[in-house]
Design a protein around this ligand. Structure first.
Ligand SMILES: [Mg+2]
Length: 427
């Protein structure tokens, strides 16, 4: 072993450096070949970025100027340029060497992650989003694809813009172009998110459970009308809950089992929960619906927390009343706090997902509130909105890639495949 050099302090801004850029058809050995070529000049590596898109490699290396090695006309620089170009040519690659000084330019203050979900993602919407980031004072430092299915999801690392200003500006473009844009502040908080709490009706499941009960009681139209008015925020939730449950009085308790079998999970629900559990998240649900259904979902999905209203059953019949503490708009936010406390997770590390007006307090209490296929009043008030009907797209907002999700699925296949809506990727 050679004696180690003194630990270098950060690179002086005056130190001559070269950016070496290689582009062309990817194949094994390119990275090793480039650095092997550079090694003849004893240069230090300051930064490396490499990516491969459809078989084409872009490799950028920022290196210190050569101090030793072969020379041409008395300089190492000319020799290094000639050697790199000759190596690249032998490999059928293009090379560019740009001289300068020091490290990369320092990034602007303020860091955000901008996730764009498109279905499809068009050039037009991408142009509008990029222009809007620039107009807000931001610079896109890096863009990469998180997923190609069921939506095209890309994440942009942005510096130099205020996260809240960026969120406001991009929300306008998102609405205009029919894409979803989520803006979150960068930093350790995002990596440390540890608890996800979801609404149930029209979020975790596709149905409104009370409407399933109403179908058995023959009062669907009346119940649906009250539900819609409550979700639009036109009716107090507790009043509307009592009014709707009253319509179910006298219904046979055996209907509870039927309703449980009628519940349809939202596409991506199982993938979302399973992936979150694998990542060590705790996952809970809060529902203005009923424990008779949420308890079964909790068992089936292995949820850590569940809370809902309970339909009172006496002598084998629904009484038309609910028992216990009512889970309403304020109750949902209260339960999020309670779950977070029990899980030992600060609120800033929680994520809440919901679609209705009664989810708003919960969405705004969480560190990240996601409006999922929500009514406009909810979408406008939440941190971020998803308008595609796949629950696992929420994973992309947390920076988790489709590839990571699929690798985890392949390593530990689901016990009940094919039940997760229409989530089978085309072959
Ligand atoms: Mg709901």
């Amino acid at each position: 072993m050679t004696p180690s050099k003194a630990i270098a302090t950060s690179l002086s801004p005056d130190t001559p450096t070269y950016l070496v850029k290689i582009f062309g058809k990817d194949r094994p050995g390119i990275t090793a070949g480039l650095f092997d070529t550079l090694a003849a000049y004893s240069v230090d590596v300051v930064d490396i970025e490499q990516l491969v898109t459809r078989g084409r490699i872009t490799l950028c290396a920022l290196i210190t100027a050569p101090a030793t090695g072969p020379t041409i006309s008395g300089t190492n620089e000319g020799a290094l340029r000639a050697t790199v170009h000759s190596w690249a040519e032998s490999m059928g690659l293009e090379a560019e060497i740009i001289s300068g000084t020091g490290d990369n330019q320092p990034r602007g203050t303020g860091r955000s992650h901008v996730t764009v979900l498109g279905h499809p993602l068009t050039a037009e919407s991408t142009a509008a989003i990029a222009a809007s980031i620039t107009a807000t004072g931001g610079n896109i430092d890096r863009i990469f694809r998180l997923a190609k299915y069921p939506v095209t999801a890309v994440e942009c690392d942005v510096s130099g813009a205020d996260t809240a200003a960026l969120r406001t500006a991009l929300a306008l473009e998102a609405a205009r172009y029919g894409v979803d844009v989520a803006v979150v502040a960068s930093g350790l908080q995002r990596r440390a998110q540890r608890l996800v709490v979801m609404d149930v009706d029209s979020t975790l499941i596709q149905d409104e459970v009370i409407e399933l009960f109403a179908a058995h009681a023959g009062c669907e139209a009346e119940v649906a009308e009250v539900t819609q008015r409550a979700m639009r925020g036109e009716l107090d939730f507790e009043e509307s809950l009592h009014a709707r449950v009253r319509l179910l009085a006298g219904l046979d308790a055996s209907v509870v089992d039927k309703v449980r079998t009628e519940v349809r999970l939202t596409p991506g629900a199982r993938t979302l929960v399973r992936t979150l559990k694998r990542l060590g998240f705790q996952v809970g649900v809060v529902s203005g619906g009923f424990t008779q259904v949420t308890d079964a979902l909790q068992r089936e999905l292995g949820l850590d927390f569940a809370s809902a209203n309970t339909l009172e059953i006496v002598d084998g019949k629904l009484t038309g009343r609910v028992t216990g503490e009512i889970v309403d708009r304020a109750g949902k936010a209260r339960l999020l706090r309670r779950f977070a406390e029990e899980a030992g997770v600060p609120l800033v590390q929680t994520v809440a997902i919901g679609d209705g007006a009664n989810d708003l307090d919960m969405l705004n209490t969480a560190g990240l509130g996601v409006a999922f296929n929500a009514k406009p009043v909810v979408r406008e008030a939440a941190h971020t909105a998803v308008t595609v009907p796949f629950l696992d797209t929420v994973l992309y907002l947390l920076g988790i890639t489709r590839e990571e999700v699929e690798a985890a699925e392949a390593a530990e296949p689901a016990s009940s495949p094919g039940e997760d809506g229409k989530q089978q990727a085309p072959a």
